[in-house]
Design a protein around this ligand. Structure first.
Ligand code: SF4
Length: 93
């Protein structure tokens, strides 16, 4: 569990850095954010890569690399819906 929490802290730092760089903000709802970060860490622990917590890993490398966070879909989703599918990254305005 200690390791899980350490990974979660690192995941949080990474998502924050990425959000700043990309001009997004993280989900302002702390509980929801915590839930997504947990999901990302669980995927990392299980598969060794930061797969999207709300999409299914197929086992097909070509397909799965599209859903390594930040997935290939997130920019369009943020633009269109105001947030990515997992509600991790939000439009900053
Ligand atoms: S939907 Fe969001 S959390 Fe999921 S992989 Fe894409 S950017 Fe990451």
């Amino acid at each position: 569990m200690a390791e899980h929490n350490e990974l979660k802290q690192k995941m949080y730092e990474w998502t924050e850095k990425y959000a700043n760089r990309a001009g997004y903000r993280l989900n302002p709802d702390k509980e929801a954010l915590d839930y997504v970060l947990d999901g990302l860490v669980v995927k990392l622990e299980k598969f060794g890569r930061r797969y999207c917590p709300c999409r299914i890993v197929t086992g097909i490398e070509e397909e799965d690399k599209k859903i390594v966070c930040p997935c290939i879909y997130h920019k369009e989703e943020v633009e269109r819906d105001g947030n990515c599918h997992c509600e991790l990254f939000f439009k900053s305005n």
